[in-house]
Write a protein that binds this ligand. Structure first.
Ligand SMILES: Cc1ncc(COP(=O)(O)O)c(C=O)c1O
Length: 370
């Protein structure tokens, strides 16, 4: 008999940049019987998922659905459906995921301008305003919650700068959705995407996206075909909407059961309560870290509740502490990325993980290790 590697797994306390801990009702949902992807019972579940996503994403956009793939497939869906060669695109960049956006837009042959801000600090709206005064863009893209640095970008303020322009507004909400308000319609955002493994507390594998009517009109008016078959929304929509559901690709049925249950749990708890729980866990963590002599890397007004960037004190062994947390305490925290590698730890308080008892468990382990 070969060893069953799965039977050796414990539920590590996931306090990194994602995935987050998955609650039991979501695990149970995943194990329901797989049925056909065109079965009317499954279509009913799909319709309910769309409605639940509209509520959590605060939008009336009919084109609101989960793409089969992780958060990056959501990013790719937005860019690949909206960009044609030479389109002027502005990426507001202050971390790894802004960089990824720029890379993606460049691969599609867009005319990409990057407005860069210091990592660990937010996008400055005045700088965006100046840029917009000099050039018109088809798309302005920004990351709401920059997971690589723990910074919250001022998406509502940026949206007001776009009010008098023709530009489409594209917002990455991978880390923010489900942990803080994502006001798709209030921000007049035209394309928003997320992922399931952060504050939605589902395993990774789906990417909710939402497109405004304006974005759909642009999509329909394209001069060229969407250059990616799998993510072409003009075809995917025929499976997710309308009376006759047409096969596009086999939906990841059980993953969608998981998302259905995760969204249901979120709405049952109440969005305001969920956001307050994230904020309370964040405040308790910051307080406890301060007591241990640790400082936060991001200034208070721009901190994300669900992703806490903590300065690693001089002389402390970054990898040594993370390894000891995992091996001795079964707690995962994240390392710094790119320019911040070795300088910060990233402590996630996402979704089901964002609870006082988890904060206490981590603080007590850190106290012993440090
Ligand atoms: C802000 C942000 N955007 C995009 C992604 C990409 O998502 P995924 O790793 O699920 O493909 C991530 C993942 O951490 C992220 O944090």
């Amino acid at each position: 008999m070969s060893t069953d590697l799965l039977s050796t797994l414990s539920q590590t306390l996931l306090m990194g940049p994602g995935p987050s801990c998955v609650p039991d009702p979501v695990y149970s949902a995943l194990s329901h019987p797989t049925i056909g992807h065109l079965d009317p019972r499954f279509i009913g579940i799909m319709d309910e998922i769309k409605g639940r996503l509209q509520t959590v994403m605060q939008t009336r956009n009919p084109l609101t659905l989960p793409i089969s793939g992780t958060g990056s497939s959501g990013m790719e869906t937005c860019f690949v459906n909206l960009i044609e060669a030479d389109d002027p695109v502005l990426i507001l960049k202050n971390g790894v995921f802004g960089m990824r956006m720029a890379d993606l837009a460049q691969r599609l042959g867009a005319d990409v301008d990057e407005l860069e801000f210091e990592w660990g600090t937010p996008v400055i709206p005045d700088a965006v305003k100046e840029k917009l005064a000099r050039k018109s863009y088809k798309i302005i893209a920004v990351v709401h919650a920059e997971t690589s640095t723990g910074v919250m970008n001022p998406v509502a303020e940026i949206s007001r700068l776009l009010a008098d322009t023709e530009s489409l507004y594209l917002v990455d909400c991978v880390t923010s959705l489900g942990g803080m308000p994502v006001d798709t319609d209030g921000w007049h955002a035209d394309a928003v995407y997320s992922g399931t493994q952060k504050c939605l507390s589902c395993p990774p594998g789906l990417a909710p996206v939402s497109f405004s009517d304006r974005a759909i009109s642009l999509l329909k008016a394209r001069k060229t075909k969407v250059p990616n078959w799998y993510l072409d929304l003009t075809m995917i929509i025929n499976y997710w909407d309308g009376d006759t559901r047409a096969y596009h690709h086999t939906a990841p049925i059980n993953m969608l059961y998981g998302l259905y249950a995760a969204l249901g749990a979120l709405l049952d708890e109440g969005l305001d309560q969920v956001y307050a729980r994230h904020k309370a866990a964040h405040d308790a963590l910051v307080d406890g870290l301060n007591h241990l002599g640790l400082s936060m890397a991001v200034s208070e007004e721009s901190r994300l509740p669900m992703l806490n960037a903590v300065n690693i004190p001089n002389g402390v062994d970054d990898a040594g502490v993370r390894t000891a947390l995992l091996k001795e305490y079964d707690i995962e925290i994240g390392a710094g990325l790119g320019a911040l590698a070795g300088k910060i730890w990233r402590i996630g308080l996402m979704g089901h993980t964002a609870r006082q008892e988890n904060v206490d468990r981590l603080l007590s382990a850190l106290k012993t290790l440090l």
